[in-house]
Design a protein around this ligand. Structure first.
Ligand SMILES: [Cu+2]
Length: 486
């Protein structure tokens, strides 16, 4: 209570010093926006018709407990409109956003909002600081285009705590005439998704088990201690592990342009679409800068949002990851995009399905593996298993050898499989994170994954099981390279 009144006092002083004027009456059309839960974005125009408007939105602060992984771990969450992240809001340059911020009477703390897209007064933080059961209305003009964060900023340690508990979202301010490439050519998106990435800090007990709390006040001290170590217990997309995988995967069709908005209010991230790219990447999320093209992995700076436009060219399940793979596969920063359509063999095809290698190659590899570390033998072994990338000049003239060697670079088992292994191991580890035996088990699985396939009869089915479990390989494999290439 002391903290709350102090905070409110600070806000009042700042308000007087900054002297925000009483709102003038604007003779502009008004339109309400019905916000929707991420990853979806409310209907909106990409190219604005008519002049500027006042757009009205309602955001409700809600403190609640949320389950954040598949083991039932709970976060003492704080949200706008009940979701992590908070809803995306889309308007155009020159429009006004009029925000009603309300706080549920059941809440226990002050809340407010700092809109990075607004100018002045802590982005609205001064004008929106409210106690449980109160509401405030404030308005700002969108003068800059791009995707901008908004987040709670109630003061002191409350700021990082409220952000790490889920209180952030984005406003996308589109140019009035829509998105454009570097040469000014209009760009259009068929779908838009909003992915909000969040690092979370759930305290553990002496045995390493995640603790549960009966209230936010109860969780505060432990959570802050955990946050001070800067080692998140979870890094998730859209509020929990697996929020956007399996049946909750993002969907698209081949040929569609998909705009991905990705925010991280707290820490840096690096996003990659496994098997895909970014055709147009606004890495800092600001549309007055020309987009980069042919993106591989793009940085999401903590405290900002990126916008990436990609036209899917192949069907399949695309992992959409934070490319710190520990954060993706061990901590949760992982999604799927399920894309339907016709496979393009010209872009990718399988030349030979996994099969036992020809005996001369197997014997040569075995001999090389067990040879004394004589320099010429080591060199020879290096050449053998990687014929494809080195090109025809390195190929052995013996045809059977060359054919057999092609088994190695087959794309399917190499790509998604390590992902699956690590994820499976992560599940094992998570379910047994308090007991020491988890580590040897995980190691065993990893060694298994990296061993050359000496038992080809068993390996493919094992890979397949893992892939199917992950949803990377559907039970009906029509959209996988393996079957599509036939
Ligand atoms: Cu808050």
């Amino acid at each position: 209570m002391i903290r709350r009144s102090t905070l409110t006092g600070v806000a009042v002083v700042v308000t007087l010093l900054g002297a925000p004027a009483v709102a003038e009456t604007l003779n502009l059309p008004r339109q309400k926006i019905e916000l929707v839960a991420p990853p979806f974005v409310h209907p909106h125009e990409q190219v604005a018709t008519g002049g500027p408007k006042i757009y009205e939105v309602r955001l409700v602060a809600e403190e609640k407990q949320m389950v954040i992984d598949n083991d039932g771990t709970t976060l003492q969450a704080m949200t706008f409109n009940g979701t992590i992240p908070a809803p995306a809001i889309v308007i155009h340059e020159g429009d006004y956003l009029e925000v009603t911020l309300a706080s549920l009477p059941t809440n226990t703390m002050p809340h407010n909002i700092d809109f990075h897209s607004a100018t002045g007064g802590q982005g609205g933080g001064d004008l929106t600081l409210i106690s449980p059961g109160e509401q405030a209305v404030f308005r700002f003009k969108a003068t800059r285009t791009g995707v901008f964060l908004y987040h709670c900023i109630p003061g002191g340690p409350m700021i990082p705590w409220h952000i790490a508990s889920g209180m952030s979202g984005v406003v996308m301010v589109l140019p009035r005439d829509g998105l454009k490439d570097a040469k000014g050519k209009p760009l259009h998106y068929d779908r838009v998704y909003y992915i909000g990435e969040q690092d979370m800090y759930v305290p553990r007990d002496d045995k390493g088990k995640f603790k549960t709390y009966t209230s936010h006040a109860d969780a505060f001290a432990d959570t802050l201690d955990t946050m001070h170590k800067l080692v998140p217990s979870h890094v998730v997309f859209n509020g929990r592990v697996d929020a956007l995988t399996g049946k909750n995967a993002l969907v698209a069709n081949v040929g569609e342009n998909v705009l991905f908005i990705h925010s991280q209010a707290d820490r840096d991230s690096r996003i990659h679409i496994v098997g895909g790219h970014g055709d147009y990447v606004w890495e800092t999320g600001k549309f007055s800068n020309p987009p980069q093209t042919d993106g591989e992995t793009w940085l999401v700076r903590g405290g900002s949002a990126t916008a990436v436009l990609y036209r899917f060219l192949q069907p399949g399940i695309y992992p959409y990851v934070n490319h710190n793979m520990t954060e993706a596969l061990e901590l949760g920063a992982f999604a799927h995009v399920r894309v339907e359509g016709k496979w393009d063999n010209n872009l990718m095809s399988q030349i030979q399905a996994p099969a036992p290698m020809a005996e001369p190659v197997a014997v040569a590899l075995e001999a090389a593996a067990h040879a004394t570390p004589d320099k010429s033998a080591v060199d020879a072994a290096r050449v053998e298993p990687t014929p494809a990338p080195r090109g025809p000049a390195q190929a052995t003239p013996d045809k059977s050898t060359a054919d057999a060697a092609r088994v190695e670079p087959t794309p399917a088992p190499r790509g998604p499989a390590p992902v699956a292994v690590t994820r499976a191991a992560a599940r094992d580890a998570r379910s047994a994170h308090t007991s020491a035996p988890a580590a040897p088990k995980r190691q065993a699985v990893r060694q298994h994954a990296h061993r050359p396939p000496q038992q080809p009869q068993e390996e493919p089915s094992t890979w397949k099981t893992w892939l199917q479990k992950l949803g990377i390989l559907a039970a009906n494999t029509n959209t996988t390279p393996t079957s599509a290439a036939r």
